[in-house]
Design a protein around this ligand. Structure first.
Ligand SMILES: NC(=O)c1ccc[n+]([C@@H]2O[C@H](COP(=O)([O-])OP(=O)(O)OC[C@H]3O[C@@H](n4cnc5c(N)ncnc54)[C@H](O)[C@@H]3O)[C@@H](O)[C@H]2O)c1
Length: 334
């Protein structure tokens, strides 16, 4: 449900997987639902209730960031397993409600954190697990999108922000790769104004320090990178360990061209967001969720992991607002 940029790709991924069959699609925008249904040769559900009472066993929720709770709750009540796009929600209250709804209904809750299936990160996990850099003590994340992601790609950027849109991936990766526990303290500062001047009321950039037990994480994110910057998505993670350093740079997805004849060296970006499709490996979580639903296994993503990422990002918002560190252990004790 929600067949916009990502939702239609979910639908195609179900159709492309041997163990699943796409039953239909739903979107509040019925014209869009019908157009996608026609392209994919399936039916368009007329309402969320229609979908919730259908024969579908698993439903992807790919509505905008802030609109995951209501459909997830209704679908869980209808007995559906659910795969929610990241972030799980944009408030910890909504995230907890989604986790609780799935648990109450005894249905799978999965979150589309497909970066875990990226071969670079799978390799990094093997290296860290083998202790190749010793004990990881600090990590740094640089994340960002070209400005057109906020100004043209997302119609609802004002109700999200670069940290809500991108950090669910990076926080999840840091926790999954290192096995670190829950965050204890969060401090963040943000800048605003560039996007606001273009009518988009959200942060332009944000920097944060997150303390985990035994691991200090710093993160930076920008939503005002020029469109001509070589990387549509900037994404770099560095881990410092007691015996070495590991870095994964996912930014450079283009190619370099060098020619003495033409007297130039250039880096070419393969696509702009208009042609943005996520790579095939990314659907590993979707396929893993289908497998878990069919085989009765556990969800490939633990809902509480995505819920904790929401708590951390929410604490960044609060810290930036009050200008002080937020103690997450206090919230956990309340
Ligand atoms: N995993 C990734 O790498 C990745 C990349 C981009 C977006 N996303 C996530 O996917 C989700 C969707 O993003 P998008 O870019 O596809 O957005 P989009 O705006 O292109 O599509 C959202 C769709 O949801 C529909 N919709 C909105 N509210 C609805 C409701 N209450 N009920 C039914 N339909 C509703 C809209 O009509 C629209 O068709 C977001 O959570 C976003 O963060 C993930």
């Amino acid at each position: 449900m929600g067949v916009g940029l990502l939702g239609e790709q979910h639908a195609r991924a179900y159709q492309g997987y041997a163990r699943s069959r796409l039953v239909g699609v739903y979107d509040r925008d019925q014209a869009r639902a019908r157009a996608v249904a026609e392209r994919l040769g399936v039916r368009a559900f007329a309402s969320l209730g229609d979908l919730a009472s259908s024969e579908a066993e698993l439903v992807s929720v790919a509505t905008p960031d802030f609109a995951h709770r209501e459909p997830a709750e209704e679908l869980a009540r209808g007995g559906k397993h659910i795969l929610v796009e990241k972030p799980l929600a944009t408030t910890s209250e909504h995230a907890a409600a989604i986790v609780a709804a799935a648990r109450r209904a005894n249905r799978l809750l999965s979150v589309n954190l497909g970066s875990r299936c990226n071969p670079s990160f799978v390799g990094a996990k093997e290296s860290l697990a083998a202790g190749e850099i010793g004990r990881v003590v600090a990590a740094h994340v640089r994340h960002g999108d070209a400005i057109s992601v906020a100004t043209r790609m997302l119609g609802w950027a004002s109700r999200s922000g670069p940290h809500w849109f991108l950090f669910p991936h990076s926080i999840d990766l840091v926790r999954w790769l290192t096995g670190v526990g829950r965050a204890t303290t969060v401090y963040a500062v943000e800048t605003r104004g560039v996007l606001a001047a273009r009518g988009i009321d959200c942060a332009d950039t944000l920097r944060a320090i997150v303390q985990f037990p035994g691991l200090a994480l710093s993160l930076e994110v920008s939503w005002i990178i020029p469109d001509v910057w070589p990387h549509l998505i900037e994404f770099e993670l560095t881990f410092d360990g007691s015996d070495g350093r590991l870095r994964v740079d996912r930014s450079r997805i283009g190619f370099e061209l060098s020619s003495d004849v033409h007297k130039r060296h250039m880096y070419a970006r393969p696509s702009t967001w208009e042609h943005f499709t996520v790579p095939d490996f990314y659907w590993g979580i979707l396929r893993g969720t289908v497998d878990a639903a069919l085989d009765g296994g556990p969800s490939p993503i633990v809902g509480e992991d995505a819920q904790h990422a929401v708590e951390i990002i929410e604490a960044m918002d609060r810290s930036a607002r009050v200008g002080a560190a937020v103690d997450l252990t206090v919230a956990a004790r309340l």
